[in-house]
Design a protein around this ligand. Structure first.
Ligand SMILES: *[C@@H]1O[C@H](CO)[C@@H](O)[C@H](O)[C@H]1NC(C)=O
Ligand SMILES: *[C@@H]1O[C@H](CO)[C@@H](O)[C@H](O)[C@H]1NC(C)=O
Ligand SMILES: *[C@@H]1O[C@H](CO)[C@@H](O)[C@H](O)[C@H]1NC(C)=O
Ligand SMILES: *[C@@H]1O[C@H](CO)[C@@H](O)[C@H](O)[C@H]1NC(C)=O
Ligand SMILES: *[C@@H]1O[C@H](CO)[C@@H](O)[C@H](O)[C@H]1NC(C)=O
Ligand SMILES: *[C@@H]1O[C@H](CO)[C@@H](O)[C@H](O)[C@H]1NC(C)=O
Ligand SMILES: *[C@@H]1O[C@H](CO)[C@@H](O)[C@H](O)[C@H]1NC(C)=O
Ligand SMILES: *[C@@H]1O[C@H](CO)[C@@H](O)[C@H](O)[C@H]1NC(C)=O
Length: 757
């Protein structure tokens, strides 16, 4: 199952190359695409709406600069007030002279963070949040992604309730997409590509569909994960066989396609904003975003700006944290109003068995997609030559039609080796490795990954010239394996680079080998010389984790219609699971050691608990405004993020009422104390009394005042102060928990993280 980690990483690196590509393709032109933020209240009365004012602004600067082009892209109403347009330096200068001008952002480009998981999350038909939330009935999840494959069984509307009357969205006509493909499950489908086209990238049918139809399969996968209908007998070539369904199987889905695979995968900030703007205007309840722009301050991060606008309208925004782990400070989409999701493993492994001629039997990881069986085949190990033993280069005559053993000690990836073995005409491969993975689609010949601890036994036997593989068998899935969840190798880690004093990610959700719908009409992979197609496939990435959380947010929303996005996030975070299925703490797939909240946030998502958290840490727009003031933003920067010309902040630093704690200490300074003030709101029964329980390791000294709180009524609020002192010799990252516990089975848990660099 670990094999998939690299798919997302590879994809990631591909995408990293994008800015260079764009720069090259736009070089001859003088004009560039900009997002222009305007003061909404400055619109002269004679314009009937903001769009005509924006268009007029662009037209008039074009006249002034003697440009005859029509470079207008989008007018934005909700995510920010302003527009995007392709402008020459002269036009830009003129636009910026306008007294209504607030800020300018250069076009930038985003990257994708690429039937069992509901069971793993404890979702049941008989009890818990599924029946209570009617499976997410009447909730609308907007997915900002690569499009959707509407014919997939996951988007069948059998048994779906009618489209909510408040819905204003629609399904647009386009290439290979007619509006009648939508139904009561898929209720919106739009695409946004003006920004990409303005950058000189062609949306041609060769590379993508000029419509909401999914070319890559990614958006189909994320949509079906969040809200796919029940599909019986889905599998990845026989692996993970079972029924596939989304986390909120009765919720409605609306697709906003902003990510295109023209030449390479690309999404322009202008298009992302347009998609988010439309989603807000259409009336989605939840937004799920599995892509990210650069890590920049919030006043330059249009996803952060647009998300704050969505939050103000009560929309929960869930974003993938990025796939740049295990490096620290690699979090994307970490603004404190966003729910930032890391990826964890699930308790399922994909196996092959190996029996050698000497009777030794092994079980290892494999995703080889066919039920082949290899028997009585010669084994090869090029022991005396590191190039051969490491499968860096093999002699065709030596390995032809044999099973090759590869010692991967000195290697950093396995893709090349799989290719070398396959090209040399071998029948199969045995990789001895502890930390290297292969993607499911890379098993072009029968291959098995075995831990290096078996290495000596196998190599010893294999280098004898008469050694054989007695049998090798594929396509076996084992559930309940573990430990799981673990923080996925690739999942981005905190602290957040922009706001290190807010703990990110917020939550961990399944993001490794997630089975969901894909594009069915193009080969998923090639094996044994055949192109293989599939309706459902295993994908990995924080891209896959975010829609799980979007689905849970939809369920919580269905139960508590009046809760704010912060309340829903608090409920999800404070009820998260801290342990794994082997009754230990969550580990890190990267090094096998105990993970920290910098990897898993508040813990692993626990949908049934989120329904009834007892207490919440709530936040409103004014809290976020005060947070931005406390960051020291000046008027221009504030105006850009909060889209207002007036706001109120006081000078005293105020703690954001966040459901987690992180304190950064500095090893060179002497012992000091940090204090956090928080406010709890009772959303459980009146008359509840909560006691503070601290689980704190040595090296940290934590106190809570008061440590008993009685809530006389529902929605009553109480403040408390948490103080942290640090022992000078404490480890670099240390963490514990504050748990508010009542006598009705509520445990309201928050991680407390202390860094001491
Ligand atoms: C729908 O889009 C297709 C492809 O772009 C086009 O051929 C067709 O005429 C459009 N139909 C309508 C009703 O606009
Ligand atoms: C885009 O594709 C069309 C049709 O394939 C072609 O005529 C045009 O030159 C392309 N434009 C660019 C910028 O590549
Ligand atoms: C790995 O590298 C070490 C040191 O360079 C070398 O001695 C050894 O033979 C190499 N092993 C393989 C399998 O390449
Ligand atoms: C296997 O064969 C190779 C070359 O044919 C020879 O060099 C090597 O000594 C043989 N190994 C054994 C264990 O017989
Ligand atoms: C705020 O800071 C930015 C960046 O330093 C600067 O460009 C801008 O002029 C400042 N605005 C105000 C009102 O000081
Ligand atoms: C700010 O802090 C000062 C000193 O601690 C206190 O007297 C004042 O009331 C605070 N103001 C607000 C608005 O909290
Ligand atoms: C720690 O404090 C010292 C002295 O004030 C300062 O020079 C250093 O940059 C600080 N380090 C960090 C990581 O903040
Ligand atoms: C608390 O949970 C336990 C085990 O889940 C259950 O047996 C008990 O009835 C619950 N108590 C209350 C007050 O809900």
């Amino acid at each position: 199952m670990e094999t998939s980690s690299f798919s997302s990483m590879l994809l990631f690196q591909l995408l990293m190359l994008l800015p260079a590509f764009i720069a090259a393709s736009t070089q001859p032109k003088m004009s560039q695409t900009y997002i222009i933020h305007m003061d909404h209240s400055s619109k002269p009365d004679h314009f009937s709406d903001h769009e005509s004012w924006h268009q007029h602004t662009v037209n008039s600067v074009s006249l002034t600069c003697r440009e005859d082009k029509e470079p207008f892209l989008y007018s934005y109403t909700h995510v920010m007030h302003g527009f995007s347009a392709k402008l020459t330096p002269c036009q830009l200068t003129e636009v910026e002279k306008s007294p209504a001008h607030v800020a300018t952002y250069k076009e930038s480009f985003g990257k994708l963070f690429t039937t069992h998981s509901p069971d793993f999350l404890g979702l049941k038909r008989s009890s818990g949040i599924w029946p209570t939330a009617s499976y997410g009935k009447d909730v609308i999840i907007g997915i900002i992604d690569t499009g959707i494959w509407p014919e997939s069984e996951s988007f069948s509307d059998k048994g779906m309730s009618k489209v909510p009357a408040r819905w204003k969205g629609k399904c647009e006509n386009g290439t290979a997409f007619i509006p009648s493909l939508c139904n009561k499950k898929l209720i919106g489908a739009r695409s946004f590509s003006k920004g990409l086209q303005a950058a000189g990238i062609n949306i041609s049918t060769e590379y993508d569909f000029d419509s909401a139809r999914d070319f890559m399969g990614h958006g189909t996968h994320t949509s079906s994960t969040a809200a796919g209908s029940y599909v019986f007998g889905a599998s990845h070539f026989g692996y993970a066989k079972g029924s596939a369904r989304g986390i909120a199987p009765s919720a409605h889905v609306a697709m906003y396609k902003v990510l295109w695979s023209s030449d390479t995968f690309a999404s322009a900030a202008t298009d992302i904003l347009a998609g988010m703007d439309q989603a807000i205007s259409d009336g989605v309840d939840i937004m799920s975003i599995s892509l990210g722009l650069a890590q920049t301050p919030y006043y330059e991060d249009v996803i952060a700006i647009a998300s704050l606008s969505a939050i103000e309208k009560g929309i929960v925004v869930v974003c993938a944290a990025g796939n740049e782990g295990p490096s620290t400070s690699s979090i994307y989409n970490g603004a404190p109003w966003i729910m930032t999701v890391g990826a964890g493993t699930i308790d399922r492994s994909y196996l092959a068995t190996l029996e050698l001629g000497n009777g030794l039997k092994f079980e290892g990881t494999s995703y080889f997609p066919q039920r082949v069986s290899i028997s009585n085949t010669l084994l090869y190990f090029g022991r005396d030559d590191p190039k051969k033993s490491g499968c860096v280069s093999l002699s065709r005559t030596e390995v032809m039609e044999k099973v090759v053993v590869c010692d991967t000690t000195n290697l950093t990836d396995l893709y090349g080796q799989m290719e070398v073995v396959s090209n040399a005409g071998a029948y199969g491969a045995i990789f001895l490795t502890e930390s290297l993975f292969l993607d499911p689609e890379d098993y072009s010949i029968p291959g098995i990954l075995l831990p290096t601890r078996y290495g000596n036994e196998i190599m010893e036997y294999a280098w004898r010239n008469t050694s054989i593989v007695k049998s090798m068998q594929f396509v076996s899935t084992k559930t309940g394996s573990g430990p799981a969840p673990e923080v996925a190798y690739f999942s981005s880690r905190g602290p957040d680079p922009i706001s290190p004093h807010i703990l990110k990610p917020d939550i961990l959700a399944p993001g490794v080998d997630v089975l969901a719908a894909v594009r069915p009409d193009v080969p998923f992979m090639e094996a044994g010389g055949y192109d293989l197609l599939t309706d459902y496939a295993l994908y990995s990435g924080t891209s896959m984790a975010a829609p799980h959380v979007a689905g849970v947010a939809a369920l919580v929303k269905a139960v508590h219609r009046d809760w704010s996005p912060a309340a829903i996030r608090s409920a999800i975070m404070t009820t998260a699971t801290k342990g794994d299925n082997k009754l230990g703490t969550i580990h890190d797939q990267w090094n096998g050691l105990t993970a920290t909240p910098l990897g898993f946030g508040a813990g692993h998502i626990n949908p049934n608990g989120a329904m009834d958290p007892g207490l919440i840490y709530d936040l409103d727009t004014q809290d976020y405004i005060q947070f931005l003031c406390d960051l020291g933003y000046n008027e221009t920067q504030m105006g850009a993020v909060i889209r207002r010309s007036q706001w109120g902040c006081h000078n005293n630093h105020t703690d954001l009422n966040y459901p987690s704690f992180i304190a950064g200490f500095n090893q060179t300074t002497s012992l000091s104390e940090k204090q956090f003030t928080r406010t709890l709101t009772n959303v459980g029964a009146p008359g509840s009394t909560y006691w503070a329980s601290l689980e704190i390791p040595s090296g940290m000294i934590v106190s809570v005042e008061p440590n008993t709180i009685k809530f006389a009524s529902k929605y009553q609020k109480h403040k408390f102060v948490l103080s942290i002192k640090l022992d000078k010799n404490a480890p670099k990252v240390n963490y514990g928990y504050l748990k508010w516990i009542d006598d009705h089975n509520h445990t309201v848990s928050s991680p407390i993280v202390v860094t001491n660099y």
